[in-house]
Ligand binder design. Structure first.
Ligand code: N7H
Length: 529
């Protein structure tokens, strides 16, 4: 296909694995460090650089795993891997190199703590007691800045812990390291994340996550049609030029990794060349946003139960309207009245809908089963799915807004790689009653996202859409993650013609930072040298 031939060859031996390929592991450990002695820290980095997983390694493992899974119909036993990626805050980079003119992203340079107010977090002296105030963060806050993060991921928890223990101990074993230097680095915070054992792939409120991801354009070998993202639409269907599979638009890789062609607002087929700032040593690197979001699961479902009683809408449906998907992941627009687990499991169907246009049959490759489920009707007046439902806020798809049209929503997309942390609290979706002890454990989401402009992507979604009552379409704040720094932090949400006041916050930022995840050669030849 002519368009495909023009897609760039991605340097997957240079790009770290969690961005383009995604670790996709049940267990992850995040180690946040402060650099106390740059030359010792460099030695330590030099030692670990060969262990940093590349996009090629992760991609090949994931493909083999999926291939075996598909043929056997069950998880291939004993097939395991342990992955590692490393990223740096701007302050961390400053300690390791002088060559920093290459960074044009001023938000990255400022760091998350200084942008906390822009993100809607509680700031200023009057809010100092609020858990979400940067003074109280567990890392990245005023008292606990971080210079680098290691993300380790694996299938087996005990092996992963063994591996991260080795990483930590290794710093002290370096020649020249002593008790005073801490081996060049000091651990600021450690967070373990894990896929929920009771509800795999679901976040703590109970909803399936990680369904909607951009289809990244680009090839991974010299072969003209070996794409990073599998193309599942028959080339005779015009959708094939724009979508990898139904509901997964193709986006130029320069939105996620620096140095590649970028998405244009007005033309999805022809990209914009990368600018000069993106081609220096930042090439093959990505900005990485990590935000530890504590979730108050009991408070969320208590609100849902209370509103269900007064509105007559059943708890499960009410919560689904706040998210835009049912707990199984089935989108409201494909099944407005009730959850449909079969639809949710079918990844050729579960993301195939728009907000304005009706969805229609797409011709798939001959070996794939056709979409048998009722198609989605467009919902331009938000009769079926509220304008402010979380997924409609964060990705308005074909809805026009003050910020632009369909292709504008494509330039805002991010690559989400988050994982839950903490012990689950079981929820009965029918009644909205939560079990367990809500006080026990501290649970939430390690929000992890890759992009090439923090301002235009993560901050734009947060500030202009999730935290706004009016954009992309008037209908209140995002009821899941939106924050309102005014009005006593109360949020408002229009649900089927009723204005709801959300007087409690159930997603609270408890730490975070903006990082840059460099290419393998920059890690080896610049930062570790
Ligand atoms: Fe969100 N949730 O449980 O409601 N998210 N999110 N998110 N989120 C999504 O479609 C959730 C957060 C996005 O393309 C789903 O893959 C929770 C932040 C985007 O249609 C669910 C938290 C930001 C999408 C959740 C949280 C985003 C998305 C449906 C915090 C950005 C894709 C699964 C604790 C700044 C939308 C899916 C699309 C989907 C939930 C955080 C963004 C269930 C609990 C901070 C872009």
């Amino acid at each position: 296909m002519a368009v495909g031939l023009e897609e760039p060859l991605l340097e997957i031996d240079e790009i770290q694995g969690n961005s383009l390929a995604g670790f996709n592991k049940d267990h992850q450990i995040f180690l946040f460090y402060k650099i106390v002695d740059p030359s010792l820290a460099k030695r330590w980095l030099r030692y670990w650089t060969p262990y940093v997983s590349t996009a090629r390694e992760v991609l090949q493992f994931n493909r083999l795993y999926q291939m075996m899974w598909a043929r056997r119909g069950e998880e291939p036993p004993g097939m395991m891997a342990t992955w590692l990626n490393i990223a740096f805050s701007y302050e961390g980079l400053k300690l390791l190199t002088d060559d920093l003119v290459v960074f044009e992203d001023s938000e990255f340079k400022l760091g998350m703590k200084k942008r906390s107010g822009i993100l809607g977090d509680p700031t200023g002296p009057a809010q100092e007691m609020h858990e979400g105030h940067a003074k109280n963060w567990l890392f990245g806050g005023e008292r606990n800045p971080v210079d680098l993060v290691l993300i380790a991921a694996g299938d087996d928890r005990s092996r992963l812990i063994e591996w991260t223990d080795r990483i930590q101990a290794s710093a002290l074993q370096l020649p020249g390291a002593g008790p005073g230097t801490g081996g060049g680095i000091r651990l600021v915070f450690e967070q373990e994340g894990q896929v929920r054992p009771d509800l795999k792939g679901h976040e703590h409120f109970g909803f399936k996550d990680g369904i909607s991801q951009p289809g990244i354009r680009g090839r991974v070998s010299e072969m003209p049609e070996e794409y990073l993202t599998a193309r599942l639409i028959d080339p005779s269907d015009p959708h094939a030029a724009l979508y990898a599979k139904p509901g997964q638009p193709l986006i130029w890789p320069g939105q996620f990794v620096l140095g590649y062609p970028q998405q244009k607002r007005d033309d999805s087929l022809r990209p914009k060349p990368p600018n000069v700032h993106m081609t220096g040593w930042v090439r093959n690197g990505s900005y990485l946003v990590i935000r530890r979001l504590r979730q108050d699961v009991a408070a969320f479902w208590e609100f849902v139960r209370r509103e269900a009683q007064t509105s007559g809408i059943k708890p499960e449906r009410l919560a689904a309207l706040m998210v835009g998907r049912w707990p199984s992941g089935a989108p409201i627009l494909r099944t407005p009245e009730k959850d449909d687990k079969l639809l949710a499991e079918n990844d050729l169907v579960n993301n195939h809908f728009m907000y304005v246009e009706n969805s229609s049959m797409v011709k798939l490759l001959p070996e794939l089963a056709e979409d048998q489920f009722p198609q989605a009707s467009g919902d331009p007046q938000a009769v079926l799915c509220p304008f402010s439902a979380h997924i409609r806020k964060t990705n308005p798809r074909d809805e026009t807004s003050d910020s632009g049209s369909l292709s504008d929503s494509l330039v805002r997309r991010i690559l989400r790689r988050g994982i839950p942390f903490g012990k689950s609290l079981p929820v009965d979706f029918e009644t909205g009653i939560t079990g367990g002890d809500p006080q026990e454990g501290n649970r939430g989401l390690m929000f992890v996202a890759y992009m090439t402009s923090i301002e235009m992507q993560f901050e734009f979604i947060t500030q202009n859409w999730m935290n706004s009552k009016k954009e992309p379409k008037e209908g209140g704040h995002d009821p899941i993650v939106g924050q309102n720094y005014r009005n006593g932090r109360k949020r408002e949400f229009d649900l089927m013609g009723r204005e709801m006041v959300l007087d409690k916050e159930w997603v609270i930022p408890t730490g975070g930072e903006y990082f840059f995840q460099p290419s393998i050669s920059v890690l080896r030849d610049v930062l570790a040298r």
